[in-house]
Write a protein that binds this ligand. Sequence first.
Ligand code: FRU
Length: 494
Amino acid sequence: MHAPNGHVPRPRFHFTPQRNWMNDPNGLVYDRGLWHLYFQYNPEGADWGNMSWGHATSPDLRHWTEHEVALRYRDGEQVFSGSIVATGAAAGAADSGAGHDSADGGTLLTAFYTSAYDDDHQAQSRATSRDGGYTWQPDPQNPVLDRGTSAFRDPKVVRVTDAAGATRYVMLTVEADDRQVLFYASPDLRTWEHVSTFGPLGATGVVWECPDLVPLAVDGDPDDIRWVLLLSTNPVGDDPNPDGSSMHYIVGSFDGVSFTPDVAELTRLDHGRDFYAGVTFDSAPDGEAIMLAWMSNWRYAGAFPSSPWRGAMSLPRRMSLRTVAGVVRLVQQPVGFVGELLAGAEASTFVGASQPADFTLSGHSLVELAWDPASTGALRLLLRGDADALVELSHEPSSNVLIVTRGGAAMEAVHPNFPSTSTVVLPGSGDQPLRLLVSLDGHLLEVFANDGEATVSNLVLLGAGPILATLITELPGPISATVVDVTVPDVATR
Ligand code: FRU
């Protein structure tokens, strides 16, 4: 089947809007059996502008239905990124409502977003929905939080429960140019008090965007909860580093007022070029931290040739903290449906070194590889598409480095920084058994090493045809490979 534009097939198990420009995920919330995804959206065209909140829902984080635009730009005011909290009777254990019980006993959804005014002024606004997130009433007092500054944005509201069981809400916002996260507290989602500021920290010459704060148990121990601050950073001005936009995290503690990091530095969250503005769902079942991110990079997002849509979300990822080689690391694993698809497929065993193993992928495929570098030596997986398009993954046991490259004429044509080499040193020693999950869905490549201890996410342009995969190892040790091709597009049209 040929994609309408001949080159970029639409992803089958990732969310893309039917048409037009999309960037950050916004207002992620789970409410009464549905996952709501709002997103930065231009209702009028394929380039950034007229920013509004598009809307889609899914019962399972896989099959998405797109709905009408939820919050629309108007003259002089764009609707930038933000978050939603669910309160009220139907929100159940997540929240008692803090005086917000909806008249019908259902859920009240409260959205916080940035009003980006044309006169270079950004402030936080509020809107509520009583019909499950389809229609919204802006607060007549908007903006509700205003410092009179020009880069004050991306409100993310999280809940914090004190020792006595009382909930208060904490809003994280950035002063993007100052590389600071400002924390505000509220008992009722109406009045906000500035309680602390975190940053600046780390690299200069970037803006901080889209903060989030997530409580996670270390190694599943409920008595060892740490708070993980998530941040997206984007270079400003002329930056010779080809990386562009990227996400980072820092593990620490949070007492409801201020965040205290356990370590001195931010850690890179994903080692590819295309994983940005990731935030987590409010009110996810079992308190899980499920993240979606925008798979692109401000360096070349506007030049990516997919059509009639431009912009895609990552696979939903469940986050946890795992101690690996003595360090507490953020681990990201794709949510349930990915494992279920793989569990339904049979593994084949290849024996390397004698000759390369070739197999064909549809290009909407999951590939799980398991091997022991002690018996295979170095491993390479090549993915070849149209013309000279090539993605290569390689692992080198002596350095325990995973390298993911993308190249070829079509990728070079996007932007000088599009062809790339992503290098990540995996934790631990390189001669331990290794697992790689490679998800390739049209133009979206996500690699999960060792059950999510490291990830590499990249846009790729391999063409619309089948992909020739080649597995090469240095020594004749066996490799187990499980391959699933997703044949049916999962995205419903409206
Ligand atoms: C991040 C970001 C946000 C802003 C939005 C505008 O990608 O720059 O800081 O709210 O995109 O679309």
